[in-house]
Unconditional design. Structure first.
Lengths: 167, 180
């Protein structure tokens, strides 16, 4: 009845169950955090703006991104993945989302930042619709936990407009 | 030696009814595992609800050996989501983040571009030749949950099959010789 196998089995079961329960509780505790991040993005310069030989518009921007994502960190947070996406509608596409810049934030101390950057990924339209185009810049963040459920949210910033002419 | 002798004796002393009993309980274990897996498939809507991370392309978020829980809903795919996708001609699915989305006005079809957080460039080099975008049918699910290290069990078992056979043998022996 109380053989070695039984004891080992009971010990293993208890260990795994306890671990699983602790992971579930750590993940659940994230629900009590109500973050209130802030963000501000300015388009400092339109570096160049042209139509590719393929017929698609491409633009290069210099951006100033300030954000404070410190409140998204909890004790179960491994890192926060933040990215800025340009979002706009065209006659052909109901939604275009293009990531312009992203960063892995490894700790709370580094979650408040201001940077000047050119767009890290190319802003290319599917077609030639970018002249005078109004677009949103959205700061998204994805919270990657040490264990459990992942969280994501965003701040939408409106009212940006591309130049009417190529340059 | 004593333990092995006892084990052999207990195997010899098994009655037919006991043998049947054990076969049924073994069957129960196998079928309940299958039921849980199939139920997960139904709930998550993904053909593989759990995947093991095999490469370091999403480090430091996901390391080799971590487990991801997938969910496949009707919701449209959006930038920033971590998706699992299959490329034609590649056996192993890839887990990467969506960085660009273009959604058609009339049909609602999407063009998606992905990138590994730890990779320098986007995934066009990994896609099939001439493929610029992923479509809906390539995507198996999006990652919603995360559990570290647990996937090492399967990685070790696929890379060192001998350990798998030893483990299955030991468990089988345990089931056969247990009497309760």
């Amino acid at each position: 009845m109380h053989s070695f196998g039984y004891r080992l089995n009971a010990l293993l079961t208890l260990g795994v169950t306890t671990l699983a329960l602790m992971c579930a509780m750590a993940s659940f505790s994230d629900n009590f955090n109500h973050p209130s991040p802030s963000a501000n993005v300015q388009v400092m310069n339109v570096n160049w703006f042209h139509k590719q030989s393929s017929g698609n518009d491409e633009v290069s921007l210099t951006l100033k991104i300030s954000a404070d994502l410190q409140s998204t960190f909890t004790w179960n947070t491994k890192q926060v993945f933040a990215f800025l996406a340009a979002e706009y509608e065209t006659p052909g596409n109901s939604l275009n989302q293009i990531s312009l810049w992203d960063s892995i934030i490894p700790s709370k101390e580094r979650a408040k930042f201001t940077i000047h950057t050119k767009n890290k990924y190319r802003l290319i339209d599917q077609g030639s619709n970018l002249r005078g185009k109004e677009f949103n810049l959205t700061l998204h963040w994805h919270v990657m936990p040490k264990t459990g459920k992942m969280f994501a949210d965003k701040i939408v910033m409106t009212g940006y407009r591309l130049p009417v002419d190529y340059r | 030696m004593g333990w092995i002798g006892e084990t052999v004796d207990s195997i010899r002393s098994i009655q037919i009814s006991q043998l049947l009993n054990q076969a049924v309980s073994l069957g129960m274990i196998v079928t309940s595992a299958l039921i849980i897996w199939k139920a997960l498939m139904c709930i998550t809507g993904s053909e593989s609800p759990v995947v093991v991370v095999l490469s370091g392309s999403m480090e430091p978020g996901f390391k080799r050996g971590d487990i991801l829980f997938l969910h496949m809903s009707k919701d449209p795919i959006r930038a920033g989501e971590i998706v699992v996708f299959n490329i034609d001609g590649r056996e192993i699915p890839i887990v990467h983040r969506v960085i660009k989305v273009h959604e058609r006005q009339d049909t609602g079809e999407v063009d998606v571009l992905t990138k590994g957080d730890n990779n320098y460039g986007d995934d066009r080099l990994l896609y099939a030749e001439g493929q610029l975008w992923l479509q809906r049918q390539h995507i198996m699910g999006r990652a919603v949950g995360f559990l570290p290290y647990v996937g090492w069990v399967t990685i070790i078992m696929t890379e060192k099959p001998i350990i798998k056979y030893i483990l299955i043998g030991a468990l089988g022996l345990l089931v056969i010789t247990s009497k309760d």
